[in-house]
Design a protein around this ligand. Structure first.
Ligand SMILES: Nc1ncnc2c1ncn2[C@@H]1O[C@H](COP(=O)(O)OP(=O)(O)O)[C@@H](O)[C@H]1O
Ligand SMILES: [Mg+2]
Length: 252
């Protein structure tokens, strides 16, 4: 559901690198409030790097990233912290703290930034664990959870501070089909709220099931932007080779 026509995230002419070759060059990307945007592309193409830059963890070599029309490179640290609190990332590996219980993991950001009092924190933790179907896991430790459960706890933790923007890095990769399905169902449930979701993935099926709009990254550039239906209809060889490698292989 798109609720506002101004982009909530806007990358303008952005080049990203780690000191060596450019990872992405001069890319533009507008993400509208309330939409679910999927950044699709093979491994190593720079998808996680783009997420790092959106979070303000990696500074563009060129160009600028705007969050709600504010240039993040120009924000003082205190404002950057506030901007980051509007966003939540669910990392590929879940990245839970092993020494903490599920409840402590989920409440971590609430406590770190003093966002609510103890009672409200406890209620919020229960509410978000219920959202992901893990009310019973409050006192467990990450080591006692399956991979799918860890991922759901990571989603609950992201949800706890009530962010406006969710960033997912390869949400279904490494999960068995049942758990991948469960995670997709949770993302679809999140979509019914008024949040903006950015998903980076190389999972084509998942992209088609979750996206309102897809951009495809190829060799440091976006070579497609449009709806899942529009992507399916593309005849560009690079796109066909990625979407359907078997058919391309059998034609050559
Ligand atoms: N911290 C880093 N330092 C140096 N190079 C990196 C770092 N992280 C990623 N890279 C390189 O940047 C490129 C893009 O990586 P990444 O954004 O992780 O791709 P993707 O998420 O699409 O698989 C790769 O060539 C990778 O080796
Ligand atoms: Mg990655």
């Amino acid at each position: 559901m798109v609720v506002n026509s101004n982009p909530i995230i806007d990358l303008k002419g952005v080049t990203l690198h780690y000191g060596g070759d450019d990872v992405v060059r001069d890319i533009n990307l507008e993400i509208k409030e309330g939409e679910t945007k999927v950044i699709l592309g093979p491994s190593g193409v720079g998808k996680s790097t783009i997420l790092k830059a959106i979070l303000g963890l990696l500074k563009p070599k060129k160009g600028e990233i705007y969050i709600r029309e504010k240039a993040i490179s120009k924000l003082p640290e205190s404002e950057l912290v506030k901007t980051r609190l509007r966003m939540a990332i669910v990392f590929q590996q879940g990245a839970l703290f092993d020494s903490m219980t599920v409840g402590e993991n989920v409440s971590y950001r609430l406590r770190e930034h003093n966002l609510m009092d103890a009672k409200a924190t406890e209620e919020r933790v229960r509410e978000v664990l219920k959202f992901v179907g893990l009310e019973g896991a409050l006192k467990l430790r990450p080591a006692q959870l399956s991979g799918g459960m860890k991922k759901r706890v990571a989603i609950a933790r992201a949800l706890a501070p009530n962010p406006e923007i969710f960033l997912f890095d390869e949400p279904t990769v490494g999960l068995d089909p049942t758990n991948a399905f469960n995670v997709e169902q949770l993302i679809l449930k999140l979509k019914t709220r008024k949040v903006t979701i950015v998903i980076v993935t190389h999972d084509v099926g998942s992209a088609f099931r979750l996206a309102d709009s897809i951009v495809m990254l190829h060799e440091g550039k976006f070579i497609f932007e449009g709806t899942p239906e529009e992507l399916k209809g593309q005849s560009d060889k690079r796109i066909r080779a990625f979407l359907d490698p078997m058919s391309v292989a059998s034609c050559t």
